[in-house]
Design a protein around this ligand. Structure first.
Ligand code: SF4
Ligand code: SF4
Length: 343
């Protein structure tokens, strides 16, 4: 049997995840600084904001944390042709995630999403500290996995079915949505005791059960998972070449029993390629295109990064990136942010 080492795949993934995670940390810090300047100058009664900031300073990529708003914007765009001018980058990132899911499995979750990256890192840390693995009963696991699909169905029902384009347009043009990014920032920087307790519980659950948030609760991942079933790419196992070492199943972040399957068709697969990376038997585990041809992992990695950054680049180039909320609007709305309730 020919032994192969494809560990470069997971190091490439860690590198992409780390780059995006660190970039978003920086973006979050920069945005915090910008919002702080608005708050500071206003509380001091000054109007120095416009001399310190411009719209171009605001890191638009933070809008990736507003997927529910992006789902509304998508419906508005598809039904009326109006492209969200308040958080256009959020819609561009959302479109990138959807296109990636349709073509390259749930690779947005496996390669791009900072929550997925954090969840992965927590698990790797935990493996260094404790060897004991906690199992979950199969039916409890099935039941809990349905939660993210139920949440997804709820959002789809409310936004895609119940809300008409007029209602979405007035929400998008309202003050609440204009500073939805600031509200998201406050979620972290002005954390309530309940939020903190929820995050601690989630962290502890992620230490006990691998990828707890992504596996059971994330409706965004649920939507991408369903779309990913249309992807022509599948992880395929060749039983003749397989030596049944179990490394694929034991290392799969989504707990998929790869070793027992001829090909991975479940919406839980994130296309992370951990299984392919760990498989030591040449030709045993490959990425197949419509079950006929194989795709080299390096080409897959290039496609993932090109597709994601390419769609973001197109959005930028088309002028669908920077928010058109004006500085005077920020000056007017940000001081009222804490009191501003969802309409
Ligand atoms: S089956 Fe392979 S590609 Fe899919 S989630 Fe598991 S390890 Fe990642
Ligand atoms: S497909 Fe899985 S079980 Fe088979 S050789 Fe590769 S890692 Fe081992």
């Amino acid at each position: 049997m020919a032994i192969i080492d494809r560990s470069y795949i997971r190091y490439a993934r860690y590198a992409v995840q780390a780059y995006i995670f660190l970039f978003l940390l920086y973006a979050g810090y920069a945005f915090h600084h910008i919002v702080g300047q608005y708050e500071g100058s206003i509380s001091a009664g000054g109007l120095t904001v416009s001399t310190l900031l411009s719209q171009a300073d605001r890191p638009a990529s933070i809008e990736g944390f507003l997927p529910i708003g992006a789902l509304m914007s998508l419906k508005l765009w598809l039904t009326t042709g109006f492209f969200d001018r308040i958080h256009p980058a959020g819609l561009v990132i959302f479109i990138a995630a959807l296109v990636m899911a349709l073509l390259l499995k749930k690779s947005f979750c496996g390669w791009i999403c900072p929550v997925g990256a954090l969840s992965d890192a927590v698990w790797r840390l935990r493996q260094q500290l404790f060897k004991h693995q906690f199992g979950m009963h199969r039916w409890v696991d099935y039941t809990l996995r349905s939660v993210k699909y139920l949440l997804m169905a709820l959002f789809i029902y409310i936004i895609l079915i119940k809300m008409n384009p007029g209602a979405i347009a007035s929400f998008i043009e309202g003050d609440y949505y204009k500073i939805a990014d600031v509200k998201m920032l406050y979620f972290f920087t002005r954390m309530s005791a309940t939020t903190l307790a929820s995050l601690v519980i989630l962290f502890l659950l992620s230490l006990v059960y691998r990828n707890f948030w992504c596996r059971y609760l994330c409706p965004y991942g649920g939507l991408l998972g369903l779309l990913s079933t249309f992807s022509p790419l599948k992880i395929t196992r060749n039983n003749e070449a397989c030596i049944h070492c179990g490394l694929c199943s034991n290392n799969c972040p989504s707990l998929i029993p790869v070793e027992r399957l001829p090909s991975v068709r479940t919406p839980e697969c994130t296309g992370c390629l951990t299984c392919v990376s760990r498989c030591p038997a040449k030709g045993a585990l490959e990425i197949s295109i419509s079950g006929r041809r194989t795709l080299h992992p390096v080409v897959f990695i290039i496609f993932v990064t090109l597709l994601f950054f390419g769609i973001l680049g197109i959005g930028r180039h088309a002028g669908k990136w920077q928010s058109s909320v004006t500085e005077s609007e920020y000056r007017r709305i940000i001081p009222t942010a804490s009191a501003l309730e969802h309409p």
